[in-house]
Each structure stands twice: as C-alpha cells, then as structure tokens.
Design a protein around this ligand. Sequence first.
Ligand SMILES: Cc1ncc(COP(=O)(O)O)c(C=O)c1O
Length: 400
Amino acid sequence: MNDFDYLGEKAVYLDAACQSLRPRPVVEALERYYFEHNSCGERVKYPWGEQTDELVEATRKKVLKLLKLKSKDYFVSFTLNTTYGINLILNELDETVVKRVITSDIEHNSPFLATMAMSKRLGIPRIVLKRNEDGSLPLAGKLVEVARGNYGDEELDFAQAAVVVNCAANFDGRRLANLTELVKKVHKAGGLVIIDAAQAMAHYHEMLEKTEVDVICFSAHKMYAPSLGVIVARRDLLPKLKQNFIGGGMVDDVFLDRYLLSAEANREHVHTIFEAGLQAWGEICALGAAIEWLEDRSKADRKRLEVCTRELDEFLRSNPKVKMVGQEPNPTMSFYVEGLDSHLLGSALGKEGIMARTGYFCAHYYLDKVMQYPPLIRFSLSYATRESDIERVKKAMGKI
Ligand SMILES: Cc1ncc(COP(=O)(O)O)c(C=O)c1O
C-alpha cells in the first residue's frame, strides 16, 4: 500500500523542508494514542498510562538508535520544535560557561536570531562565520577573513564558545562538511557545539551517527512525524545548565522555597530537565512510528528520491534563465527565474496543484543581505514525491 495514497493524483506537494507529509502508519500511531490509550505519560499508573509510558520510552530509545548514540552519554527530551529547543538551550546555559556565541551566515532565523538574543542578554560577543561553498566552516584564521562584521586583528577563538550551526541548510541542503573536525576543535578549546539538525533528520541523519556534539535540536515534523521538537543532549551538559524554565513533571519533591529536580535525583529522569509541564504524548508515540518507517525505506524509495531530484535539478539547470542557489543536486532546491517574480510563479504553480514555497524561507540574512537574491522559489522533495510529480512540474513550468 502506498503510505501517501491520500494525496491523490492532482496534488504535488513540494514543501517537505517545512513539514513532510505524514505516511499512514504515523497517522495511525497518533490515532491509536487518541482512540486506545489517551493518557498522560510518566505520571499515571493506570493501564492506558502504562501503554503511553512504554511507547514514549521506546521513542527516546529509537532516537538514540537512529543516531547510533549511547544512553550512557546522551538523553532525549521533547519540546515544541527546533526553534524552541535552540532557544531553551541558549537561555539555560549558565553564563559562567559561555563567553562568546558563534554561528554562521547560512543559518535559518531559528539559530540566527536566538544567538543574537543570547549575545544581547549576556553582553557577550556574537561571531557570524562565513560558510564555505561546500558547507564547511572555517576553523581558524583572522576574524576579518573568516567572519562577517568589522574586526581588527583578532583570531577565531572557540574558548568557552557556544557554537550554534545547522548541519544541513534549508535552501539548498548544503551540509556541514567538517562537522567532526569542528567538534574536535571546539571541544579542545573548551566550547560547546549545538547542532540545528532540522533539515538533516529526514534524509541525512547518518551524518550525525556517533557524533560527539553537545546538543542536537530537530523538528519531528520535518522527518515524517507529527509536530514536535526533539533535543538530544550530552549527559555532561547538565552541570552547565540553569533552570530558568521550570514546572510540573520536572521535580521529585517541593518545599516552601526549594525543590529537588528529578533530572538530578535520578539518572533515568535526566530528560525532564527540558520538559516542563505536560508533553505531546501522542506525537511522541507517533515519532517512534515515523522513525521505524524511515528505517524501513527500501533501496527503491531512496533511488526514486534520487532520480526525482536529479531530473528536476537537470530540468531547472537546462534553462539559462533559471538561477539555482545550490551547486549540487539536492532534494531541497531553491532558485529564481530571471524576469519572473517568484511569488507570482509560486501562485501560478499553486493553481496547477503544485505546492512550493517562495521568499527567503527564514534565511533572510544570507539569501537577501549576503547574496542579494530576489525572492526565491523552493522545491523540497521527499519520499512522498512521485516521478509523475516531476513531469507535472516540468509541464507547468514550461506552460508558465
Ligand atoms: C535549518 C532549519 N533550522 C530551523 C528551522 C526551524 O524549525 P521549526 O520552525 O520547526 O522550529 C527550520 C525550519 O524550516 C530549518 O529549516
């Protein structure tokens, strides 16, 4: 059975970088929660609650297994989305451990703005590194050469730095090619690496396998699961955090003016450090189903995505008026057509049933200010993309 059969013939959904379509088994897992064991996780002792607990615990394990990380080193917490996760971490990092915050120019507003806010709040410098074309980051050099902004003679320094960068960009899928070297260098200098993996988890999670980064934030809704945020953090991050955000579900005991944090009292409950209040239990259960579904993708599914990507990329590049942002074929591709307004093109495609995004996709700084592109159009493909969709796009683009 086709897990996206509800799509019908007419709809061509090319906005997976924002939210993937959800395959049937994932929607069914969410339905099972509502119809069969609707209950609060990690608090209740009746059977529905026990069933929810089992599935929630299984999802935490599946996240670590997918990334080949060990539970002795890492834990998994749930939150709203990538943006919330990054903001939460940056707000809770103890100011005595962070002396500078470093990001890059190709970031989504999510880390770009959160690092700006952190720098203002703590009165610490913020450095915006220039990414290389292959997606790698400079690891040394004078700031005047490797960073954007006005600098004197200072060298890039990762000492007590919080480095917050994506490992795949949301406009051309460009990947952080020197992730391992970055982590080594930053750790050696006594800094932390926080990875925005929003665009990596659906099709490139392998790049994070066995990583040693300090934190990974991602959005389940971009990896075929319901709307949900995930934080994967190293256990040794705990002493570097301050609880600015606290509430139910996080404490083992409460007195008049103090409390006992569950995360500190019990190793098994460390994930509660980021989980204030009731969580999206159904969505967490369904993320477990989405991870299983992702792991089950066959060679044929992967091949289809590769072929569709290549065909659409070749088609676009064959037109001299089409200006592509990325250098390489990638399921996420952005471009503009000379002499044609991207928003108008997006609306015209919409009328043909083709759903694509237009504008700067929350990467305003790089796309608008650095590259000075006009508003762009983005096609983002996924395992739901059919070869017939690509034919439809080609036909519609030709007509328009
Ligand atoms: C690279 C990247 N980071 C962060 C985000 C923010 O994700 P969310 O809106 O789910 O918080 C996105 C969303 O498109 C993204 O592509």
